[in-house]
Ligand binder design. Structure first.
Ligand code: COI
Length: 360
């Protein structure tokens, strides 16, 4: 039976002054709305006890398996307030399908995609007061699922907790859409073939933290991961997918090879590219092709994309051998692509792909 995540009978709400204080400077992922969605799963009962409650601590015993073996997955998607005050989700069904694939890879139970969408819609509806309306602002929804069985044996947990929390957010990077410098990591890999690279699981992000710290030390704000076997093929930035634009208006991104997260923003960019005069191409990209292409002028623009930051121009790639700098003043496609996606999300242009779902 489908889960309903019914609204609580007497929800309590924080005052409007608190929300307006958050909207003044939301940052990213620092503040959380009044409520959260929860559901339990057990081997005996399947999915049950779906509910919306006040946002509060989740109590789990120290023996809970997620603390030991990181059997956990998550998603990220956004709700936008349109000019008429209505609130819309962007492609929640795409996140639901990816969550299903991630659950499979982490040996977690599958939450049916329609239940995922219901949970996100219900929480957004209940906490719609928190959806900001300014440019670059939205309500970031974070569904996640974790092993909740108190057991130290290494096997898939027999009980699991699903949760959705919501956070009003502004720009992901403090510098907004300013170009970022990227360090090419060859000493550390994010994933290897057969690993969890295409799943959105916390472990992948944990593995990216040390290389990320080392990139800061090199004056870069992000890391670019290459394949673990040859250290040659570009994969992704850890939290964002990678794109380049050639002088012939090809929009190229590494093909999904099992190591790369199939980003919803990545897919959306590939889909809208022809509308903006770009030819989308998915194929392997080597570091040499990019560094050589920047030097020769063949490659004109680089950017990273994800739900959180949408599209972020890349100003330079750096490694032990040197720095390869893009002339971002001459970039003609990156910002129009970004604006086009934002226009769809904020309801300023027609949603011809049927991506937006109205919540209220
Ligand atoms: C995204 O932009 O979608 C990400 O995955 C980054 C997020 C984990 C903060």
């Amino acid at each position: 039976m489908a889960l309903s995540f019914d609204l609580p009978e007497n929800p309590s709400f924080l005052g409007d002054d608190v929300i307006q204080g958050v909207w003044a400077n939301p940052g990213f992922g620092q503040y959380f709305t009044d409520h959260m969605a929860l559901a339990n799963w057990s081997e005996e009962s399947g999915w049950h006890n779906d509910r919306l409650t006040e946002y509060s601590q989740v109590s789990m015993e120290p023996a809970s398996a997620v603390y030991h073996y990181a059997q956990e997955i998550f998603e990220g998607l956004k709700a936008y307030r349109h000019a008429d005050g209505s609130v819309w989700l962007f492609r929640p069904d795409a996140n639901a399908r990816r969550f299903e694939n991630s659950a499979h890879r982490l040996a977690l139970p599958v939450l049916p995609p329609e239940d995922f969408v219901t949970s996100v819609r219900q929480l957004t509806a209940l906490d719609s007061r928190w959806v900001p309306g300014e440019e670059e602002q939205s309500l970031y929804l974070r569904p996640f699922m974790m092993a909740a069985e108190n057991f130290l044996g290494v096997r898939p947990a027999h009980s699991v907790l699903y949760t959705v929390i919501a956070s009003p957010v502004g720009a992901y990077f403090a510098g907004g859409v300013a170009p970022v410098d990227i360090w090419i990591s060859r000493d550390f890999s994010r994933v290897a073939t057969g690993g969890t690279g295409s799943a959105k699981c916390g472990g992948n992000y944990a593995a990216s933290l040390l290389p990320q710290e080392l990139a800061y030390d090199k004056g870069c704000s992000q890391v670019l991961f290459v394949d673990a076997a040859e250290k040659r093929w570009i994969e992704e930035l850890g939290g964002m997918n990678f794109f380049m634009i050639t002088k012939d208006d090809e929009l190229v991104t590494p093909e999904l090879n099992g190591n790369i997260l199939p980003g919803v923003t990545r897919d959306s960019i590939l889909t809208v590219a022809p509308d903006l005069g770009l030819k989308p191409v998915e194929r392997p990209i080597s570091v040499d092709e990019v560094t050589g292409g920047i030097t020769s002028g063949e490659i004109r623009e680089l950017f990273a994309c994800g739900t959180a930051a949408v599209i972020t121009p890349i100003g330079s790639l750096k490694d032990e051998d040197g720095e390869y700098r893009i002339d971002t003043d001459k970039a003609t496609h990156t910002i129009p692509l970004r604006n086009h996606l934002l226009d769809i999300q904020y309801g300023r242009v027609a949603d011809k792909h049927g991506w937006m779902q109205q919540v209220c």
